[in-house]
Design a protein around this ligand. Structure first.
Ligand code: PLP
Length: 381
C-alpha cells in the first residue's frame, strides 16, 4: 500500500504505540483514585500535557485534553459564546473544516450573525474584510492555520494583530492540520484558543487538546467531574493522552519536513509536467502552504473515480472533502477559491508523511496516475 493521505490521518508511530501500551494493559488505574495504583497514573497525564505544551510553545496549564479536534473547535466557539452571551457575532472563513463551518452554519440558523471571509484564487483571505467585519458585537474570530484540503496557511499572527487592534473578540485558531508539520509558537502570538488533534501527527484517533491562553475564561461544555482542573469533565483517557504526549515528542524534531517537502516538490513537478491540463489549487508560494500537501486538479475527470482507481492499485489519496459526484457539486473550499468547475470536480489531495519514499512518489506519478487520468478522459469522450 502507498499511503498519501496524511492530512486525513496518520499511522501511529511505533514509539507512540509503545508509550500507550501500558495504559491499555497493566496500568489501567483511574488517575482520580486515592490509592497509588490510580493516582500515580496522573503523572502520565501531566507528562503528556508538558509534551504537548512544549510542541505548541505554551505552558502546560494552558493545555486541556479533549476527545478530538472537532470537540476542541466546538468548545472554543461555543464556550466563547457562553462566556459572552451579549455578543452575537462570529467571524470565520468560507474554507474552514466542517467542525467550524457547519457549527457556524448552525449558529447562523439560531440567530447569530456570521461574517464569512472570502478567499482569493490562491486561498488567501483579505485582512481588510476582516477589519471591516469586526465590531463590539464580535464574540469570536475563528480561522484555521493550515487548510486541510489545500495546505494553504493563513497568516494567523497578522490576523491576531488585526483582531486585537480592532475588537475585544477572542481569537480561535484551528491548528489541527498544521501541528507536527510546521513549527508553532503560541507564546509569541495573541492567539487565545488553539485546537489540536493527535491523529494528524502520528498519535491515536480520539484525543485532542485545546490551548486556552492564560487568563481566558472558557466555560466548560460538558457537566460532570472535576477532571482537567474543572475545565473538561470525564475520566481521563490515559492511554490516549499518553499517545498524544508521545506523538508530540515524536514530531518535535521538524527536520524530516525538509525531506517531505522535497518529495512533495517531486510529486508536484512530475504531475504538472507530465499530465496535460492539470493544475495546482491554492498558492504555489511554498512559504504560504504546508510542506507535505498538494491539491491538484485534472480537467474533465472525476476526483472520486481517480480515488477509486488508485485505491484498486493500492494507493490511498482523497478528494480532500465532501466533493459530491452525485449532485455534481465540488468541494466548498475549491468553490470558494473559484476553481473552474471542470477542474474542481477532478481534484485530488496528495498529503505526504514521514514514512513516504521517493520510489512511492514515482510509482504514483509516473506509472499509475498518467494512465488513470488518460483513461478517464477517454471515457468522458
Ligand atoms: N480541523 C481540521 C482542519 C481538520 O483537518 C480536522 C480533521 O480532518 C478537524 C478539524 C477535525 O479533527 P478530528 O478528526 O480530530 O475531530
Amino acid at each position: 500500500m502507498i499511503y498519501f493521505d496524511n492530512n486525513a490521518t496518520t499511522c501511529i508511530a511505533p514509539e507512540v504505540f509503545d508509550a500507550m501500551h501500558p495504559y491499555l494493559t497493566a496500568s489501567y488505574g483511574n488517575p482520580s483514585s486515592a490509592y497509588g495504583f490510580g493516582s500515580e497514573i496522573s503523572r502520565v497525564v501531566e507528562e503528556a500535557r508538558a509534551s504537548v505544551a512544549a510542541l505548541l510553545g505554551s505552558s502546560a496549564d494552558e493545555i486541556v485534553f479533549t476527545s478530538c479536534g472537532t470537540e476542541s473547535d466546538n468548545w472554543a466557539i461555543l464556550g466563547t459564546l457562553k462566556a459572552r452571551p451579549e455578543k452575537k457575532h462570529i467571524i470565520t472563513t468560507r474554507v474552514e473544516h466542517d467542525a467550524v463551518r457547519k457549527l457556524c452554519e448552525g449558529l447562523e440558523k439560531d440567530g447569530y450573525r456570521i461574517t464569512w471571509l472570502d478567499v482569493d484564487e490562491a486561498g488567501a483571505i483579505d485582512l481588510d474584510q476582516l477589519r471591516v467585519g469586526l465590531s463590539e458585537q464580535t464574540a469570536v474570530v475563528s480561522v484555521m492555520l493550515a487548510n486541510n484540503e489545500t495546505g494553504v496557511l493563513f497568516p494567523v499572527d497578522e490576523i491576531a494583530g488585526v483582531v486585537k487592534e480592532h475588537s475585544d473578540a477572542l481569537f480561535h485558531v484551528d491548528g489541527v492540520n498544521a501541528v507536527g508539520k510546521i513549527p508553532v509558537d503560541l507564546a509569541s502570538t495573541a492567539i487565545d484558543l488553539f485546537s489540536v488533534s493527535a491523529h494528524k501527527f502520528y498519535g491515536p484517533k480520539g484525543v485532542g487538546a485545546l490551548y486556552i491562553r492564560d487568563g481566558v475564561e472558557l466555560p466548560q461544555l460538558f457537566t460532570g467531574g472535576g477532571q482537567e482542573r474543572g475545565r473538561r469533565p470525564g475520566t481521563e483517557a490515559v492511554h490516549q493522552i499518553a499517545g498524544i504526549g508521545a506523538a508530540a515528542e515524536f514530531v518535535k524534531d521538524m527536520s524530516p519536513m525538509a525531506k517531505i517537502r522535497e518529495l512533495r516538490e517531486r510529486l508536484e513537478s512530475n504531475i504538472l509536467n507530465t499530465i496535460p491540463n492539470s493544475r495546482l489549487n491554492g498558492t504555489a508560494d511554498i512559504s504560504k502552504r504546508l510542506p507535505n500537501a498538494s491539491n491538484i486538479s485534472f480537467e474533465n475527470t472525476n476526483g472520486e473515480m481517480i480515488v477509486a482507481k488508485l485505491d484498486a492499485d493500492g494507493v490511498c489519496v482523497s478528494t480532500g472533502s465532501a466533493c459530491n459526484a452525485q449532485d455534481h457539486t465540488a468541494s466548498p473550499v475549491l468553490q470558494a477559491m473559484n476553481v473552474p468547475y471542470a477542474y474542481a470536480m477532478g481534484a485530488i489531495r496528495f498529503s505526504l508523511g514521514r514514512f513516504n519514499t521517493a520510489a512511492e512518489v514515482d510509482q504514483v506519478t509516473e506509472i499509475l496516475l498518467p494512465e488513470i487520468v488518460a483513461g478517464l478522459r477517454k471515457l468522458a469522450g
